[in-house]
Design a binder for this molecule. Structure first.
Ligand code: ATP
Ligand code: MG
Ligand code: MG
Length: 554
């Protein structure tokens, strides 16, 4: 394989394999905190870690980083599992940092015994005030030199619930003058009298991220612990904690960093997405306008399109914003291959074929997918009264208008050539009906000379008496700005697009009557649509997943 096509993380792994790692040593993990739903940014991390698992035939753990009971919930754990599985990945072990609480506690006691950790009884404010600045050393806590016995006793008291929240913390004893602020005696444990979604009230002290993450990697024997760039300064602390524990016959995990992925016209931060949900700006985490995996799924995205997007943008060493149109490009590319074509009219204008017998109907053959012969054909009804789109008819238009105009001809997709003869209007001048004649010999696919006659413009349509109705939800960008959270003077919520959702009634060919939740279609000339979960036996609801590129028959 071409070495140049490897990303920089793969280069690191290749180098490790050359310098002593066995293939069996490789193990990865995806470590979400269950404090929200996964979003498109997480998809990059998921595809990176699970992609490495596939490339090196190595196990990948799904690890829940669940050390903060105030924000974490079982609902989020379940949603995360569903989303990772839907993206097409299989994890080796399902792990929880909370499963390691006892082990972490025991190791913390060891650190105390080695005089590498102490109980500080100052307030968090006092501790913050002593941190110093990057250019000025911090001040040591007056409790820094407590005896091992006293520390052990206090730490046990913390665990046993003898103290209020904030009364004490456990801190690592490292270096209050370190140029890396994170090394200035970081907090390892705080008291929280909160029930945890898994350990309930077993614990009232909870370990901090830095103390938990590397140790969890070590317990699981993860070889490469990949995280986003903001953790680069944490690497030194990650290594310091491992130094206190690592057994020489066990594998020592490595933290390596890659850039966070941002997507234009949206926000990718669970905290901000939660704000959208709680403010009512959207209807939930899986609202089809949300950049969450569950929102994209409900909108009609395919796992393939998201994986292809993530693979195309790859991983980077510097943060940037990827344009949402690239995600949509991959979506269209996949849907074009798999989505059956159907006809639906969203802004109906009635067409009456005056020389077609009243009461007569025909069932015409229609190809399901020109990109996929195996998709077969179906029958669609034709009758004297049809709907076309309002914008497909004008009384008068110039030569570049390849749709229907008075005296002009168009082909009805899968049907006949029609000619507009006259139209009717209401009292305010709006066109209410177009009267047309049709050429009975021009039926598509009939092989006659007339059927092969070329006319400029092909329109989609549905038969009025056969059409079924559905609620169709049209989406626009959720934010009016390309980087809603990139403004210092304005909050991202100010850019929420008040017109991001429009609900209309659509008229659909009757084959769609049996469409199931999640089914995806191309409504010809309009875009890709899927059946929303709000559908019931009484009412079909469609989401517009994405519009077509406007190239066909405009
Ligand atoms: P958020 O700010 O949305 O809460 P997070 O990083 O705190 O994000 P985690 O649940 O800790 O969320 O993320 C799990 C993994 O996904 C981490 O390794 C994290 O670095 C990675 N990740 C999160 N957001 C992105 C992103 N936008 N691009 C790439 N990786 C991401
Ligand atoms: Mg995190
Ligand atoms: Mg977070």
């Amino acid at each position: 394989e071409d070495v140049k096509s490897l990303n920089f993380i793969e280069h690191i792994i290749e180098e490790d394999l050359r310098s002593g790692y066995a293939k069996d040593d490789l193990r990865f993990r995806f470590p979400p905190e269950p404090n929200g739903y996964l979003h498109i940014g997480h998809a990059s991390s998921i595809c990176l870690n699970f992609g490495l698992g596939l490339r090196y035939n190595a196990p990948v753990n799904l690890r829940f980083d669940d050390t903060n009971p105030t924000k974490e919930e079982k609902e989020y754990v379940d949603a995360i599992k569903e989303d990772v599985a839907w993206l097409g990945y299989t994890w080796d072990q399902e792990c929880y940092a909370s499963d390691y609480f006892q082990q972490l506690y025991d190791w913390a006691e060891e650190l105390i015994k080695k005089e590498k950790a102490y109980v500080d009884s100052q307030s968090s404010e006092e501790i913050a005030n002593q941190k110093g600045t990057p250019t000025e050393a911090g001040k040591e806590s007056p409790y820094r030199n407590r005896s091992v016995e006293e520390n052990l006793k206090l730490f046990e008291g913390m665990k046993n619930g003898e103290f209020e929240e904030g009364a004490h913390v456990l801190r690592a004893k490292i270096d209050m003058a370190s140029p890396n602020m994170l090394m200035r005696d970081p907090v390892m444990y705080r008291i929280l009298h909160k029930a945890h979604h898994r350990t309930n009230t077993d614990w009232c002290i909870y370990p901090m991220y830095d103390w938990t993450h590397g140790e969890s990697d070590y317990i699981e024997q993860v070889s490469h612990s990949l995280c986003t760039l903001e953790f680069l300064p944490h690497r030194e602390l990650y290594n310091w904690f491992l130094d206190q524990l690592v057994d020489s016959d066990k594998l020592r995990p490595k933290q390596r960093e890659f850039a966070r992925r941002n997507l234009s016209h949206t926000v990718v931060s669970k905290r901000k997405l939660l704000q959208l949900v709680e403010s009512g700006a959207v209807e939930g985490w899986d609202d089809p306008r949300m950049p969450t995996i569950s929102g994209l799924r409900r909108r009609g995205y395919t796992p393939e399109s998201i994986r292809n997007f993530a693979d195309t943008i790859g991983i980077a060493k510097r943060e940037n914003v990827v344009d949402v149109s690239l995600l949509e490009f991959h979506l269209r590319e996949h849907l074009n291959k798999i989505a059956p074509r159907v006809m639906a009219v969203l802004n109906p204008l009635k067409v009456v074929i005056t020389n077609y017998h009243e009461g007569k109907e025909e069932w015409l053959d229609a190809e399901n997918n020109p990109e996929d012969e195996s998709a077969g054909t179906r029958k669609i009804p034709f009758s004297r009264e049809l709907y076309i789109e309002q914008e497909d008819f004008r009384e008068e238009a110039n030569r570049k208008f390849f749709r229907l105009k008075l005296g002009g001809e168009v082909r009805l997709k899968n049907g006949y050539i029609i000619k507009a003869e006259s139209c009717s209007k209401d009292s305010s001048g709006n066109i209410t009906e177009v009267q047309c004649s049709y050429d009975p010999k021009s039926k598509s696919g009939s092989g006659t000379e007339e059927s092969l006659r070329k006319v400029k413009g092909t329109l989609h349509w549905v038969s009025v008496p056969h059409a079924i109705t559905a609620e169709v939800r049209l989406y626009d960008r959720l934010f009016t700005d390309a980087t809603p959270d990139g403004h210092k003077e304005k909050d991202f919520m100010e850019f929420v697009n008040p017109e991001s959702l429009t609900k209309i009634t659509g008229y659909l060919e009757p084959s769609l009557q049996n469409a199931k939740v999640g089914d995806r279609f191309q409504f010809q000339r309009l875009g890709y649509f899927n059946v929303d979960k709000d559908s019931s036996d009484e009412k079909l609801v469609f989401n517009r997943t994405v519009t077509l590129r406007d190239t066909w028959a405009k």
